[in-house]
Design a protein around this ligand. Sequence first.
Ligand SMILES: [Ca+2]
Ligand SMILES: [Ca+2]
Length: 401
Amino acid sequence: MKNTFRKGLALLMALCLLVPLFGISVLAENAEDLPIDYQFKDVEVPDNDGAQALSAGMTNDPYSSQQWNLEMIGMGQAWQSGLTGKGVRVAVIDTGVYTNTNDFGDGRLEAGKNLVSETASTNDTRGHGTFVAGLIGAEKDNGVGIAGVAPGVTIVPIKTSNDGSTADGVSAQAIRAAVDEFHCDVINYSSGSKALMSGVKDAVNYAVSKGTIVVCSTGNDGNTSLYYPGALEATIGVGSVDKSMVRSSFSHNNRSIFVVAPGEDSTSLGLGSGSVRTASGTSYSAPLVAGLAALLKEAHPEMNTNDFKAILQSSCKDLGEAGYDYEYGWGLIQAPEAIKAAATYFGTEVPDIPDTPEMEPEPEPGEGWTIWELFNFNWLREFFQNIIRSLFKGWSPNLTF
Ligand SMILES: [Ca+2]
Ligand SMILES: [Ca+2]
């Protein structure tokens, strides 16, 4: 009896020792499972045969003719307002920005902060952050590279990653640094994680409470999965459309999409002086919205996230189902309309932006027979084409559909 009691006591003591050990090992496993924020990989998109060989050549920058994305959101017209984002500070939370790029004006690319290592350098060796920064604010009409949406902004690189992945906690730290240390008006965050990183929601809410607008990409899986912080209510989540204003196959379909911007076949700055490259992904849609936010902030420094959302809602080009939908959010951003809507919203004078006809696709060779212009729906056109082809099988009319 005494022995059994002793054995029981020993077992109990052993259990008391093991439970905390087990607990620690569970914690350790959880630590390994903590969410890793990662930069969305570029997406390979096949050429669409130049179905919409948009003109361009809006600026004297050598790669201007490849900037169909800026043309689609009306930048040629929007710049006539005189807004460039001058004096507005935009944080690029990313892989850094290539230090020796020569496509930012004097002093517009700040040193920023490196949160990956102790070094002060925020140089980019991967290219993602450089590409994003170029779309936001590359110098316009300087004969180098491309033009950014807001070619007068100050870019503040906050480096959170070398290789595309970000350790937990660093993202929240970066958002707070952008607000408190660098006094940024806009944050571009072109990455995300399926699980919310530690402190990110609080950091975003803090930024928004200080008037900073947080613009995020929303993922490149082409499904309904949510990525954070793009799926947070307080951020502006951006999806992608292609050259025909159709949702990109990689763009998501859920509540994280607030608006869309062209993200396919984007051309922006590379890792070399004056060099450019071309890539696709929602990572490159978000910077166009961040750039637009910067233009509006120049005109209306008091603009907060709610104001910006209201302005976007009233100025976007509705696509897909009428009104808000999960594929296109409120629609495709339109910079001239947003500038005018902001002036109305804040009760200020509407800037003098000459109206230009809405952009239309250039006709394909042989097109232009007016009756076919009625058939804007491809499926309808194909339907009639098939009927006519079956009726006149064997006969080759000299018509091109
Ligand atoms: Ca340039
Ligand atoms: Ca819609």
